[in-house]
Design a protein around this ligand. Structure first.
Ligand SMILES: Cc1cc2nc3c(=O)[nH]c(=O)nc-3n(C[C@H](O)[C@H](O)[C@H](O)COP(=O)(O)OP(=O)(O)OC[C@H]3O[C@@H](n4cnc5c(N)ncnc54)[C@H](O)[C@@H]3O)c2cc1C
Length: 404
């Protein structure tokens, strides 16, 4: 089925065609718009000065140093190389900011290498499985209530509050982290398996063996007004840091954490794979920007996007993410012919003779075999075959990031 985007508000497009696929009442994120123009404006407006000191600030919003570029980075509207290049300012701030971009790249390398294994505890045993447990986020705690409401309303959280929620869910409440990360994935505009699974693994201690202990101290430091207004102010359940825990190492960690015996599969094609003459360009959610390599290579060809109905049926994302996609496609339609399908990409794309950009995620397999032409992924830094068991181990082997 083809979906028309013409002259209709993005929310109305979602209401009309995609409402059976979402988990909430249809609305847009109040502050974050989709589209290349919005992404460019956000990057231009970001000043890295003060980032190192203010990155973890939560409230007041005016004191935050975080860039809020993540939804655009996640969906390829701002390639990491571009963001890396655009960070100009005091060296300590640039260095801290680029470090975070490298965390994003690390998550992509790790996920490209181990794929679905990231859904399991990587290196240490912590509560992992089980159904989603809303009580693990006690709403009478003002800090938890505010953070969950922000997640559900805005579709975005600063890193600090992601850590609070993940730690509260598993380290404090003992619920299995995979269902908690799924809830994040449903609601975040930047929700990616790579970064979200990694963020949960590291916060709850499954990646590092050192769980992040969430306590009142962090809230008072980063968002003092939340404690002041909290009904539990005088009987705070997180008054002290949690007891140190010492998670046991996983009995048989995935050997691919130590080395990659199939680096070519992890990194994807290094040069353009030509099978036949393309008649269209297909975009995926991994790469929706004007700099998408296949899009750039074929400025005259129509652009096709498929809302993957079977996948969305399972994921039940928040409507904010689908509105973000529609905004992005409407924005692109100002410059290119855009055709939007709703259905199964495995059935729709084989007849398209499409050029497409390879993406470092398992779900790209749906597009890989039938593409007429496949373009390499624009890595910030080339994947290597050495250890990825920690960020620092991974970084030691890394070659210089590319910034052009
Ligand atoms: C439990 C948990 C879940 C997370 N889930 C996601 C997710 O689904 N998608 C996602 O993109 N990030 C995720 N992160 C990482 C990080 O919290 C967000 O990238 C960041 O908060 C986005 O805000 P920002 O753009 O203002 O970041 P900034 O601080 O301005 O950083 C700039 C960019 O660097 C990258 N970055 C920053 N910190 C990290 C990090 N710790 N790991 C990976 N990349 C990072 C992002 O691309 C970000 O946009 C998660 C972290 C935790 C602790």
């Amino acid at each position: 089925m083809i979906i028309s985007l013409d002259g209709v508000a993005p929310e109305a497009v979602v209401e009309r065609h995609l409402s059976h696929l979402v988990s909430d009442r249809i609305s847009a994120s109040p502050d974050i718009r989709g589209g290349q123009m919005a992404a460019n404006a956000a990057l231009n407006a970001f000043d890295v000065t003060g980032y190192a000191a203010k990155r973890n600030q939560v409230l007041p919003q005016s004191a935050r140093g975080a860039s809020r570029l993540s939804p655009y980075i996640r969906h390829g509207l701002l390639p990491l190389r571009e963001v890396w290049k655009a960070a100009v300012g005091p060296s300590a701030d640039v260095s801290k900011f680029r470090d975070e971009l490298l965390w994003q790249e690390y998550s992509r390398h790790l996920y490209a290498r181990v794929g679905m294994s990231l859904h399991d505890n990587l290196r240490f045993e912590v509560p992992w499985s089980g159904d989603f447990t809303p009580e693990a986020w006690p709403r009478e705690m003002a800090c938890v209530n505010w953070a969950i409401s922000s997640l559900e309303t805005d579709g975005w959280l600063v890193n600090q509050t992601r850590m609070w929620l993940a730690s509260q869910y598993t380290v404090r409440s003992g619920a299995g982290w995979v269902a908690g990360q799924e809830y994040f994935h449903q609601h975040l505009l930047d929700g990616s398996r790579a970064a979200n699974l990694l963020g949960w693994q590291w916060t709850v201690g499954a990646g590092s063996g050192k769980p992040y202990g969430f306590a009142r101290w962090q809230v008072e430091k980063r968002a003092p007004k939340l404690c002041m207004a909290c009904p539990l102010n005088c009987k705070c359940p997180i008054q002290n840091f949690p007891e140190d825990s010492d998670p046991r190492p996983v009995a048989e960690p995935d050997p691919r954490l130590m080395r990659d015996d199939d680096l070519a599969r992890t990194r994807g094609p290094a040069t353009v794979v030509d099978r036949s003459t393309p008649r269209s360009v297909v975009l995926t959610v991994e790469s929706l920007g004007d700099d998408d390599p296949a899009l750039v290579a074929h400025p005259q060809l129509p652009v096709i996007f498929v809302f993957d109905e079977p996948a969305l049926q399972k994921l039940k994302l928040s409507s904010k993410r689908l509105v973000f996609f529609v905004e992005t496609l409407q924005d692109l339609a100002e410059r290119r012919e855009v055709i939007v399908h709703l259905g199964d990409p495995r059935k729709i794309t084989p007849g398209l003779d499409a050029a497409i950009t390879w993406a470092p995620v398992p779900s790209f397999a749906k597009y890989a075999t039938t593409a007429a032409q496949m373009h390499p992924w624009p890595w910030l830094a080339e994947p290597h075959a050495g250890s990825v068991k920690s960020f620092s181990a991974w970084r030691q082997k890394l070659t210089q990031p590319k910034s052009s």
